[in-house]
Design a binder for this molecule. Structure first.
Ligand code: DLL
Length: 446
């Protein structure tokens, strides 16, 4: 979509809170400073953990004169939330908390987050903005295929979509044939899921003889909660015949709604009136200049249930403050490159799963599902890339198979700079999940 071709009304209809979303940057930054002072004062007054940290660092609201003074505030990490499990970082007494969610962490105790009524209102606004930005209106029916429960994805999108007036189909995740049936029978126009589950839904639809282009009315897809390269997005759009956007967030910051793409898809607009983003060097903690890639650090500016000051997300991205064609003034973050803790170090070279995904997806003869198996052989780490063949009969064509394997290996080597083992697996042999895909199998500690 190009702005020249769209009328002002069309542009306006893609905004839920136009005055806020298009606020001149100077005003926005003044608002952020005012809210930052509020957040620091709120944390000092209500949360012993923060009072101690801030006092030690000598930070008071009055001492924050300009936004860059944020650098004097100590970082908060996931361990801090774990150490105060379950409710030690809450900023309001129990009676004011109306919702609890928790991270999907697979090891140890989850990180728990709480919301006041005010937090839920703001959360819905942030989500409604991202949904409006992709063109969702009260005419739409949107199926939420994230798992409902402690995970923030489903209920977060649910209330934001309802606020926008869309009809929500709370399908939850799993039972994929039923998902396809609902999409078809209800004439659902929007889908919310992880990108990998969207691919799986498309696969099951084909098995059921449902042609998404002819038999479904899907128009838009709001995906998120895991990485999705441009190549993967193209594949989803082809498979489901819809327009897809990427949406980012994390439980510790309240869930989805931190940032998301508009129709121009030149980065994910950060809801900057509620979230103040910074990029730091993950090794030194030093704040990096605008435009440089590093770890995203986010401060919540309005949250009460569990406010976060300079939360280290571990996600690697970049911020772009150039104006966007859509008219929003909120800065945009790049699609995340990966997490600092997902980065594989193979023989001294940093490898992100997203780099591998962008090589594999869309290649002839292989499907979009993949898995990375990391092993330690002697003192060396090795990487095996498992990817599925689209047509299983190729497994009988030894020379064809070998040629394809060589081709995949060479393409990966060009991008990664290291050699890896490539295994071409039977079609559909890599596990499908209804939530976040498990891409990395790390056998190094076994
Ligand atoms: O995944 C919140 C969410 C739900 C976001 C629905 C978007 C849509 P967690 O389970 O706590 O929360 O996982 C947070 O997932 O630090 C990123 O590493 C990753 N992540 C989330 N969104 C994206 C995205 C939710 N769009 C962690 N692209 C984050 C890449 C993402 N990674």
């Amino acid at each position: 979509m190009h702005k020249e071709n769209s009328t002002q009304n069309e542009v306006d209809s893609l905004m839920f809170q136009k005055d806020l979303e298009t606020m001149p940057r100077r005003e926005l930054e003044a608002l952020q400073l005012e809210r930052l002072k509020w957040a620091v004062g709120f944390c000092r007054d209500n949360i012993p953990f923060y009072r101690e940290r801030l006092d030690k660092a000598g930070v008071t609201p009055e001492r924050l004169k300009v936004l860059s003074d944020i650098q004097y505030i100590p970082f908060t990490t996931k361990d801090d939330i774990r150490d105060t499990y379950p409710f030690g970082m809450f900023g309001r007494p129990r009676k004011d908390i109306v919702r609890i969610h928790a991270s999907s962490g697979t090891t140890g105790k989850p990180t728990v987050v709480g919301y006041t009524k005010h937090d839920l209102e703001i959360w819905s606004d942030c989500i409604a903005r991202l949904c409006a930005a992709v063109g969702v209106t009260d005419e739409d029916m949107v199926q939420i295929s994230f798992g409902y429960g402690l995970f923030t994805g489903a209920l977060g999108l649910h209330y934001g979509l309802e606020k926008l007036g869309a009809a929500v189909v709370p399908a939850s995740s799993g039972n994929t044939q039923k998902q396809v049936m609902l999409l078809k029978d209800f004439g659902v126009t929007g889908l919310v899921s992880t990108p990998s589950y969207a691919l799986y839904i498309a696969e099951v639809a084909r098995d059921m003889g449902v042609d998404p282009e002819k038999d479904l009315q899907l128009r838009v897809g709001l995906f998120g909660s895991e990485g999705c390269t441009l190549e993967m997005r193209d594949q989803i759009e082809r498979d489901l015949s819809l327009f897809a956007t990427d949406n980012y967030g994390m439980s510790e910051l309240g869930g989805p709604g931190v940032s998301g793409e508009c129709r121009f898809r030149q980065g994910l607009h950060v809801n900057e009136d509620h979230y103040l983003p910074e990029i730091i060097d993950p090794k030194t903690g030093e704040v990096l200049p605008a435009g440089e890639a590093g770890e995203l650090v986010v401060t919540t500016l309005t949250r009460e249930g569990i406010p976060m000051l300079r939360y280290r997300t571990k996600d690697i991205t970049r911020l772009n403050y150039e104006p966007c064609e859509c008219g929003r003034t909120f800065c945009r973050m790049d699609k995340t490159r990966g997490r600092t803790d997902d980065m594989l170090k193979i023989r001294g070279v940093n490898v992100f799963p997203s780099q591998i995904e962008s090589v594999l997806v869309g290649m002839d003869k292989i499907g979009p599902h993949y898995q990375l198996v990391v092993r330690r052989e002697g003192v060396m780490d090795t990487l095996e890339v498992r990817v599925e063949l689209i047509d299983g009969s190729l497994l009988e064509d030894y020379s064809g198979l070998e040629q394809l394997q060589k081709q995949v290996r060479a393409s990966l080597k060009t991008v990664l700079g290291i050699d890896c083992r490539v295994s071409l697996a039977d079609p559909r042999s890599i596990e499908r999940t209804a939530g976040k895909a498990k891409r990395i199998v790390d056998l190094r500690n076994q």
